[in-house]
Ligand binder design. Structure first.
Ligand SMILES: C[S@@+](CC[C@H](N)C(=O)[O-])C[C@H]1O[C@@H](n2cnc3c(N)ncnc32)[C@H](O)[C@@H]1O
Length: 362
């Protein structure tokens, strides 16, 4: 397999080391997510600790791990992402200071409502993802989550549901469907039903909730819509155009994106085998638009300290990015770390070595 972005998803059984890392960060529910920086958090923490800032933006928050790290560092954090499911997770873990879920909520969310509830998931995805029972469970819990009044309770329950789906789906991506028995290597995550996962995940997410005394914010939208907003530090981890394959998040995670809003205003493309939804355009995904997009991004945040994550297997090249950043910032430092990505199933884990960079512009 190539060192494509598709491959950059590690198994979720490794633990974070790094003595100085705030303890709560180790509790963050790691998500199998393309380009996740979870395993790099101790290193990112070390670099961020050298910088002076109070307010921070994680402009491409993805699985939310870096936004959560900065919250754990005592900062006032804004997390932004183009997608709805990723911002739901950040709402549950970064914006949410105190809402947790006990056994009573787990029970309430599994009770059948008096009136009929929609069966969209069962009707649309039977024979494609999960078992029929799992899909019925998703319809039921989605209906009940929609009735919760507190947005943070809603986000927490939805985050638990999303992570349950990722764990139960082989490789954690929704590009593969149908009979997936050949992926089954006896892993507990594949053996548990969605119902069993969900009860566990409610607890996992509840345990990561904490307050740092600051108010945090989550925004769903294009990074360029944040023009005019001021932050002491901006952490940028956009998708990079990979050397091979593509880096489309909607292609891999369409089911999670749909689920997070019960497919409201997200029509399913009926002719697609896995019942995808439409892609969302981002200029960072294409060679012809990426360089200009980076330039505009650096210009937009020129008044902030900029910390850019970059991996040696992405486009544009490191020296192009450094040159672009130098046009906007007086001092640019490059931190490098050799890093191994794991990919494949647990029985056949393979590795790819790349260099990870943090490019800091001040
Ligand atoms: C490499 S991932 C971020 C990973 C994240 N740092 C983590 O640790 O999980 C890139 C993210 O950028 C988001 N994204 C892509 N284009 C965007 C845009 N124009 N504005 C905001 N977010 C965007 C994607 O939805 C994806 O979640």
């Amino acid at each position: 397999m190539s060192r494509s972005a598709a491959a950059r998803v590690a198994p979720d059984d490794d633990r974070l080391d790094g003595d100085a890392l705030p303890e709560v960060v180790r509790r963050y529910p790691r998500l199998r997510f393309m380009g996740s920086k979870y395993r790099l958090l101790p290193w990112i923490h070390g670099v961020l600790s050298e910088l002076d800032f109070e307010t921070a933006l994680d402009a491409f928050s993805g699985s939310g791990s870096v936004a959560y790290l900065m919250k754990a560092m005592g900062k006032r954090v804004t997390a932004n992402d183009l997608l709805h499911f990723t911002t739901t997770i950040a709402r549950a873990t970064v914006e949410n200071d105190d809402v947790t879920a006990g056994a009573d909520l787990a029970e309430k969310l599994q009770q059948k409502p008096a009136a009929k509830w929609p069966r969209f998931i069962e009707e649309t995805y039977s024979g494609i993802f999960f078992t029929r029972e799992d899909l019925q469970f998703l319809d039921l819990v989605s209906a009940n989550v929609g009735r919760l009044r507190d947005p943070h309770r809603q986000a927490l329950a939805m985050a638990a549901l999303l992570r349950s789906c990722v764990k139960r789906q082989p490789r954690g991506v929704f590009t593969i469907a149908g009979d997936l028995r050949h992926y089954d290597d006896g892993r507990r995550d594949l053996a548990l039903s969605l119902r069993e996962h969900f009860v566990e995940q409610l607890d996992v997410y509840s345990r990561c909730v904490f307050a740092n005394g600051k108010r945090h914010e989550v925004v769903q939208g294009d990074v360029f819509a944040l023009a005019g907003r001021k932050f002491d530090l901006v952490y940028l981890d956009p998708p990079y155009v990979p050397r091979a394959d593509d880096n489309c998040y909607v292609k891999r995670y369409h089911f999670l994106e749909g689920l997070s809003r019960y497919w409201k205003d997200m029509p399913v493309l009926a002719h697609t085998k896995v019942r995808k939804i439409a892609k969302v355009f981002t200029p960072f995904s294409y060679r012809r638009t990426a360089v200009d997009a980076f330039d505009r991004l650096f210009a937009q945040f020129r008044a902030s300290t900029i910390v850019l994550s970059y991996s040696s297997n992405g486009f544009p090249d490191l020296d192009v990015l450094v040159r672009l950043l130098r046009a906007h910032k007086r001092r640019v430092d490059v931190h490098r770390k050799p890093h191994t990505y794991h990919f494949g199933t647990h029985s056949k884990v393979r590795r790819a070595s790349v260099s990870e960079y943090l490019i800091v512009g001040r």
